[in-house]
Design a protein around this ligand. Structure first.
Ligand SMILES: NC(=O)c1ccc[n+]([C@@H]2O[C@H](COP(=O)([O-])OP(=O)(O)OC[C@H]3O[C@@H](n4cnc5c(N)ncnc54)[C@H](OP(=O)(O)O)[C@@H]3O)[C@@H](O)[C@H]2O)c1
Length: 210
């Protein structure tokens, strides 16, 4: 894999993917699609600031070997189910379809522990629907990395998550591996490993394997 398109580069996991991808000299170009400019500058990093409601269809930078998507919002940030679904489902599919139309065969997504189309929980159901609809896009290699609670230092730490991380850390030894905190660096490494190896078919990396 020589060229990588990343969506979500301003986020906790996304920034870690950028760091690890730039440290890997075999990756010649990292294209980061963001809605606000990235502060990070690097010779092999190309930042495309876009409007996700009006993504271009024919930009040359869709032409990449692989896509990693770490895009996502919260119900609190989004404000409604429709607004949440637009980010965590519609934007992800819009990116996938454009890259696929330009010949990209490899895609990896940060999904979530418990993602399931039949889930009674709206968040997990949406993640499940995103996985299902991505699987219909015909990528040769498609990976869903499903973390439990994500660990790492956020710019604007959400207090519920900060509390959750503390509680999880406290009870970690008693928890099954699947429910322990998944550090952002390890999620990023799993996503990058998935697009590097590009195993054919659809793969799920559950939280305990991250
Ligand atoms: N937090 C957890 O514990 C947890 C657990 C399991 C799964 N996940 C999933 O893991 C993924 C990555 O999580 P994370 O913690 O790295 O997320 P994050 O730090 O909140 O980053 C989310 C990324 O999505 C972008 N984004 C959000 N709303 C957007 C919008 N309306 N338009 C364009 N871009 C938008 C953000 O851009 P801006 O910087 O411009 O806002 C940012 O780049 C998400 O899909 C999340 O649902 C999270």
């Amino acid at each position: 894999m020589k060229t990588l398109l990343l969506v979500g580069a301003t986020g906790l996991v996304g920034l870690e993917v950028v760091r690890q991808a730039l440290a890997d000299r075999t990756i010649e170009r990292v294209v980061a699609l963001t809605r606000r400019p990235l502060e990070l500058r690097h010779l092999r990093l190309e930042n495309q600031v876009v409007d996700f409601d009006a993504l271009p269809t024919d930009a040359p930078w869709w032409n990449v070997d692989a896509v990693i998507c770490t895009l996502g919002t919260t119900m609190r940030q989004a404000g409604s189910r429709a607004a949440f679904g637009k980010v965590d489902h519609d934007y992800v599919l819009a990116v996938a379809r454009r890259a696929r139309a330009h010949g990209t065969e490899v895609f990896a997504l940060t999904s979530s522990l418990g993602a399931k189309v039949s889930s009674g929980n709206f968040y997990l159901r949406t993640k499940g629907e995103t996985e299902r609809d991505l699987a219909a896009e015909g990528f040769a290699s498609l990976t869903f990395v499903r973390p439990s609670l994500i660990g790492g230092k956020r710019e604007n730490q959400r207090w519920v998550e900060a509390l959750g991380l503390k509680v999880f850390a406290l009870f970690a030894p008693a928890l099954p591996r699947r429910y322990r905190i998944a550090p952002a660096e390890r999620i990023a490494a799993s996503l990058l490993a998935a697009v590097r190896t590009a195993q054919s078919g659809v793969r799920v990396v559950e939280s305990e394997a991250i």
